[in-house]
Design a protein around this ligand. Structure first.
Ligand SMILES: Cc1cc2nc3c(=O)[nH]c(=O)nc-3n(C[C@H](O)[C@H](O)[C@H](O)COP(=O)(O)OP(=O)(O)OC[C@H]3O[C@@H](n4cnc5c(N)ncnc54)[C@H](O)[C@@H]3O)c2cc1C
Ligand code: FES
Length: 269
């Protein structure tokens, strides 16, 4: 874990209540080395002036050559409101990279007898980590399918980004104002029963609100393996306070350090 002062390169609204912030890391050998070690699904913990607790935000994407990290956040309270006012050129104090991240090897047995298709689910503020994950899975030769869920068309973002990456991108909105009307699980059920894909061997990667993760677990066949990222409330963010403990089938785990990504098979709902 590293503590760095990063410079805001840009901070812009990309959908209703949703902002994308690009952070420039310091040009030190240690920071550059740390950036190269980032894994999809990890997060940063941001210190916000005047607030006691840091705010955890997932790493959406990163560029080791440019020395940048992109995050996307929803304004839900005081901390994220303050973040939305931050101007380019200002600095932020971050702890990074935190958490375990996704295990990509499980989505990429390419070249083996049975190819696995990674099935990525992002819901609302859980879409961002799917960007970095999708890019890295594709670099390994995998061909992910992405299902993104939003409340309404005004909340939609990054559809174009995924399409530009060349992946099949399925959109759902709860009110039907864009894409399939309903939840990501409605799109997944249709996809899995589709004649073209019934022979596929899937592997789930998901991030979003807990009801979405639970619905994915309850809807998709049990034999599909999966990794689910939980965006719980937390304290220290690096395993010291036990404020984010949860019970799993393999014992008690801290979401911030042993997670936020848990195996589908270990989650107790
Ligand atoms: C590992 C991890 C990764 C995360 N990644 C992202 C991300 O990429 N983008 C993003 O927008 N958010 C993400 N979150 C959630 C984000 O940390 C919270 O939304 C943020 O801390 C809220 O701060 P605030 O001061 O604005 O809100 P507060 O004033 O603290 O709270 C305002 C309201 O938001 C609710 N709230 C606060 N934290 C959470 C939470 N974790 N989950 C659900 N509701 C919450 C509160 O219950 C309250 O109703 C992540 C959380 C974790 C633990
Ligand atoms: S937030 Fe402190 S141990 Fe997880």
């Amino acid at each position: 874990m590293r503590n760095s002062k990063v410079t805001i390169q840009s901070n812009q609204r990309i959908a209703a209540g949703m902002y994308e912030m690009v952070l420039q890391i310091p040009k030190t050998a240690e920071d550059e080395r740390t950036l190269q070690q980032v894994r999809a699904g990890q997060f940063i913990n941001i210190r916000i002036e005047g607030l006691y607790l840091r705010r955890p935000i997932s790493i959406c994407d990163w560029d080791a050559e440019e020395g940048t990290i992109t995050i996307v956040y929803q304004t839900v309270g005081h901390g994220t409101e303050i973040m939305s006012q931050i101007q380019s050129g200002e600095q932020l104090d971050i702890l990074w990279p935190l958490g375990n991240g996704y295990d990509l090897t499980k989505g990429n047995p390419c070249g083996k007898e049975t190819e696995v298709t990674p099935l990525l689910f992002g819901g609302g503020a859980g879409v961002p980590p799917m960007v970095g994950l999708c890019r890295r899975l594709m670099q390994t030769g995998a061909k992910p399918v992405v299902i993104l869920g939003f409340r309404s068309a005004e909340n939609l973002y990054y559809k174009d980004l995924f399409e530009e990456m060349g992946v099949r991108t399925i959109i759902t909105t709860e009110d039907g104002s864009m894409g399939i009307k309903g939840f990501v699980t409605d799109a997944a059920s249709a996809l899995l029963s589709d004649a073209d894909s019934v022979e596929y061997k899937w592997n789930i990667f998901a991030c979003g609100p807990e009801p979405m993760l639970r619905a994915i677990d309850q809807t998709l066949p049990e034999d599909i393996p999966g990794q689910l990222s939980f965006e719980e409330r937390m304290g220290c963010g690096f395993g010291a306070c036990m404020g984010c403990s949860c019970e799993t089938k393999y014992g008690s785990k801290r979401i911030c350090k042993d997670g936020p990504v848990l195996e589908r098979s270990e989650v107790i709902w």
